[in-house]
Design a protein around this ligand. Sequence first.
Ligand code: AMP
Ligand code: ZN
Length: 114
Amino acid sequence: MEDCLFCKISKGEIPSNKVYEDEEIMAFYDINPAAPIHILVIPKRHITSLAEIEKKDEVLIGKIYSVINQIAEEKGFKQEGFRVIVNCGKNGGQEVMHLHFHVLAGTKLGEKIV
Ligand code: AMP
Ligand code: ZN
C-alpha cells in the first residue's frame, strides 16, 4: 500500500533494524522502545489492523506467533518471558495502520491491564 510506513519498511524503502525476514513476515526493532527489548513483527502484505484479518489470513497469523517464539529463542528472552501486544483502532491506541505485533522483553513489565 502506498504511503504506509510499514509497507515501505517491508520493501526496504525505509531502513529498519531488522531481526527476522522471510517471504511473508518481517521483524525489526521499534524506533522508540518501551522496554529493553521491543520488536515489531509484521506481515509484509498490507493488513490495516487486527480488525481487518480475514479467514484467508489465519495461517499467516499463526505463523507470526511461531516466528515470535523463534525470535524469543534466538534473542534469549524466551525463558524469562515476554509480552505480545496488538493495538487495534482508535480506542486500542493504534498509530501505524499496518497490523503489527509488539514484542516486549528484557525486564519485568509493569502496568498489567489484563
Ligand atoms: P502502535 O501505536 O501500536 O501503532 O505502534 C506503532 C509503533 O511503531 C510505535 O511503537 C513506534 O515507536 C513504532 N515506529 C514508528 N515508526 C517506526 C520506524 N520507522 N521504525 C521502527 N518503529 C517505528
Ligand atoms: Zn502497509
